[in-house]
Write a protein that binds this ligand. Structure first.
Ligand code: GLU
Length: 481
């Protein structure tokens, strides 16, 4: 069997949309599952949209998640160059070949002329399709205009009759009437190919066996097949992927924010979790498994698991999955990830082991960490009502009594360690015949100023240190007077 070759062909937009990443991932997984090659091609023929650093962002993202390409702009390969603007000179001869065989023609219509005809069509309630106006122009006339330097484009000459069919591995055979197809521009006035032309030429020259791309290209695929046929080239297999939706009606879009890989990484989502979640947006393994490494995905991925219906991007599901990944980190790895966030939260001088112990089970993505520990850096202004808690059997009076005992005892404690704090506080509750909770509740409220905290009284005391703990306990006691 022929070696499978797929490609990821992003345009450098300066933004790695989740949907884009998913397209690249599926192309990667399909190639790797079939022991084939995965290519990276940069589609930058739209020079007006050039964005500084956009190509680097693509490299960085793919490398970050481990989707290494076998051929591409930076590493080369037998079918380079892999950046379309660097291939510019290569497309024109192919377009001219099509002119010769009657499958394409030069079009000198100006923008004003086209606009006027489009407006006239719209006025009649028709959708404008290029009317082959220049198809009949004589060769001599074309040469004359070219010699004059008149700008022109090259258009595909789509048959006006008959039908064109193609087969998609997910959607089956699709047939369209040629009369519905437009004579697309293949080469623009600046000599650059359009996507409509470059994708065909490049996929052929790069020996791509499986073209995997978004559904938005499904409707144009018949035109691409007409081009393959005009050249006498072998038609690749097509795999069109359903869109990723924000909800039943709306595509996940850049405008909604949060649609890019970088947005999630910036919020402290783990790349492994993100990749895992993205892999499940339009594919499932056919069983109950949900957690996959990239390597495991390579083994499990198959077109038969790809969905025909759009996938819904559910940020809650992603967050749940991310929290699972966070919990599975080693304490060292957790701390390494958490450190920048500790700094942001202002708790970077505190005991990392204790922070890890209280936060790792709770943090769902790292940007939610600062809010969880905000009370450590600044005691919130709280109400004394918080000292009252039925379950712990405490109220203001009991709390005052507890703090009166605890404050001097802690002042006398020289070893501010977990064991010493534990022995002292639990020993004191026992000696008083109190529930542990009755003693620990007021201590924790006074230290944290809130009822829900990650970690208990002892952990919070360890993080705050002796001086700050005592300061807060005394403040609490004063409130209770
Ligand atoms: N450059 C196109 C895009 O970013 C690629 C489409 C394709 O994979 O053929 O949408």
């Amino acid at each position: 069997m022929k070696e499978v070759r797929t490609r990821f062909a992003p345009s450098p937009t300066g933004y790695m949309h989740i949907g884009n990443l998913r397209s690249g991932l599926y192309a990667y997984l399909f190639a790797k599952h079939n022991h084939g090659k995965f290519l990276l091609r940069i589609e930058d023929t739209d020079q007006e949209r050039f964005i500084e650093g956009a190509t680097e962002l693509i490299y960085r993202t793919l490398k970050d998640v481990g989707m290494n390409w076998d051929e591409g702009p930076d590493i080369g390969g037998a079918f380079g160059p892999y950046v379309q603007s660097e291939r510019k000179s290569l497309y024109l001869p192919y377009a001219e070949q099509l002119i010769k065989s009657g499958h394409a023609y030069r079009c000198f219509c100006t923008k004003e002329e086209l606009d006027a005809r489009r407006a006239a069509a719209t006025a009649k309630g028709e959708t404008f399709k290029y009317d082959k106006h220049c198809l009949a122009m004589s060769e001599a006339e074309q040469q004359r205009r070219m010699a004059e330097g008149q700008p022109y484009v090259i258009r595909q000459n789509v048959p006006t009759e008959g039908t064109t069919s193609f087969t998609d591995l997910i959607f089956g055979t699709i047939t369209v009437n040629n009369s519905e197809l437009d004579d697309n521009v293949l080469i623009k006035a600046d000599g650059m190919p359009t996507y409509n032309f470059a994708n065909v030429v490049d996929d052929h020259l790069m020996a791509i066996t499986h073209v995997m791309r978004g559904m938005e290209y499904l409707a144009s695929t018949p035109k691409y097949n007409l081009l393959y046929e005009a050249f006498g080239w072998e038609i690749p297999q097509y795999i069109h992927m359903t869109p990723i939706m924000r909800d039943a009606q709306h595509k996940l879009s850049k405008r909604d924010g949060d649609a890019s890989y970088a947005d999630f990484i910036d919020k402290g989502y783990l790349k492994e979790a993100l990749l895992n979640y993205v892999a499940l947006l339009g594919w499932n393994p056919g069983d109950e498994r949900e957690f996959f490494t990239l390597q495991e995905l390579c083994g499990a991925f198959d077109v038969s698991g790809m969905s025909k219906s759009p996938a819904i991007f559910d940020v809650n599901k992603l967050t749940w999955m991310n929290a699972e990944y966070i919990r599975r980190l080693t304490p060292e790895a957790f701390t390494a990830h958490a450190r920048p966030w500790y700094k942001k939260a202002g708790v970077d001088g505190m005991d990392e082991d204790v922070l890890c112990r209280i936060l790792q089970p709770r943090v769902e993505y790292f940007a939610d960490l600062p809010d969880r520990v905000d009370f450590l850096t600044a005691l919130p202004d709280y109400d004394i009502e918080l000292f009252t808690n039925k379950k712990s059997k405490t109220d203001a009076a009991v709390s005052a009594q507890v703090l009166d005992m605890v404050i001097p005892a802690l002042e006398g404690l020289s070893d501010w360690s977990e064991t010493a704090l534990h022995d002292l506080l639990i020993g004191m509750a026992e000696a008083q015949g109190m529930k542990n909770g009755t003693l620990l509740w007021p201590v924790r409220i006074a230290m944290a100023g809130k009822t829900v905290t990650p970690g208990g009284a002892i952990e919070i005391a360890l993080l705050l240190g002796k001086a700050e703990t005592l300061r807060r306990l005394k403040l609490g006691r004063e409130k209770l007077c």
